[in-house]
Design a protein around this ligand. Sequence first.
Ligand code: HEC
Length: 205
Amino acid sequence: MDSFEWNKIFGGILAGLVAVLGVSIISDMMFARHLPEKPGYEVAGAEEAPAAGAAAAEAEKPAAFYLASADIAKGEAVFKKCAACHNVDPGGANGTGPALHGIVGRPIAAAAAFNYSDALKGMAGKPWDWDALWGWLKSPKAYAAGNKMSFAGISKPEDRAAVIAYLNSKSASPLPLPAAPAEEAPAAEVAPAEEAAEAAAPAAE
Ligand code: HEC
């Protein structure tokens, strides 16, 4: 074989290599590897931290759920938002808002000499029970359209419960906080005795 033949052979090999390399680069570009955002399998025990938004979007539980474990000290801090307009001490005077001492359980619109809006006057007679205060402090506007309390409401249920518990403590006779509502009963069809018997019996196959 003369050198011309060798040149042809090497040239051929080189051309082949270039072609293979080219194809692999192009196919890499065409089929870019995308890792799945979620693994296709769940790793037991490796629970994902819930996204911050997910917790907020979660439906709010009933008032009693939060009130049962409400933090009065936290409520005192939350009340700073209210203190500009409300006095909560015994014998406290009305300010921009009515005096709030003993408000939990007190009838709506009952502070002496306070000029309530028609919205609240229209509800007079009903008591400020837990649920009423819960609704009012979540959104005064939604609870009593046309009222004159310039306050948007407390969006965090924990803070709302805390301030209600604090208001309750500011009373000659604080009421017992409501008990936490029972959690949804887990599958109650199987009687405990049956369950125990099943557990005791060896799996008969
Ligand atoms: C900007 C002033 C202002 C702020 C802040 C404010 N309030 Fe009021 N509040 C009022 C006014 C005014 C009324 C009377 C509303 C009406 O007559 O429509 C009122 C009424 C109330 C009532 C009904 C009282 C009754 O005798 O029926 C409650 C309860 C209450 N406020 C609690 C709160 C709490 C708790 C906060 C803080 C989280 C708060 N308010 C913040 C001005 C305010």
